[in-house]
Design a protein around this ligand. Sequence first.
Ligand SMILES: N[C@@H](CCC(=O)N[C@@H](CS)C(=O)NCC(=O)O)C(=O)O
Length: 260
Amino acid sequence: MSDIRIISYLPNPRVYKATIVARFSGAEIEVLGSAPPEMADWLWDYDAVKMTEAEKAHHADARRIASTGFSGELYKTDSFLAANPFGDIPAAFAEDGTLGVFESNSIMRLAALTGPNAPALYGDRPAQRARIDGFLDKTLLFANTIQSYILAGEGLDAALHGAMAKAFEGYCKSCEAALGNGDFLAGDALSLADVVLACELALLGNEGRMAEELAKKGLPPILPGLRAYPKLFTHVQGLYARAEFAADLANYGRFVLDAA
Ligand SMILES: N[C@@H](CCC(=O)N[C@@H](CS)C(=O)NCC(=O)O)C(=O)O
């Protein structure tokens, strides 16, 4: 049995936070899921499985209205919602499936704290760990804006684009400043802070698919702005080039760097 089981749509850079970190910690992770539209056919559960129409009818009591990023109905079991009361994915199960862990940053923390080389990429002093957590919290706020932006579809407007541009500028400026103090975001060593940076920028790499909508609304793409932060740009290039990152993010890395 693996240490951690993750349920998610795939591909999903947020899942890759944990799988990248597991290459350092040695945590064993299994990931269940498939393409986003297919997740409407999956039973969201520790024993997640893609269902036939007959199985969907059998699990009618698990039907819930989707809330974010999905539309229509999803099949979330009561035990899935007990494990993750927020009902979203990625969702993870630990301790032989008895404990739910949600939010991709926290699933990643679990990967960092599990396995023969743990703790990995998570500092070795309380203050260092708290500093890394600060970067994770700030990145989650940034990521929230990215999510609204890339899921906007035809609803994309100047206000949403403006909010994304502002969040991007604030985040990149701060990362550029942080990189003035060392080779990595949270100090002298690679840490979870660098992993979330690479993965959330990968999510923003989906902006490439918004080219038509952006052009229609007369709005410029935001990712090319990454070049204005030379230390950050070089750092991100270095992260995507690392084997542990490239194993999951090679294509996303290309989207981000080619766009910039
Ligand atoms: N901040 C969360 C984001 C998770 C999230 O919002 N997941 C959405 C899909 S993008 C979801 O599972 N929605 C379930 C629903 O629509 O009911 C993380 O990083 O894990």
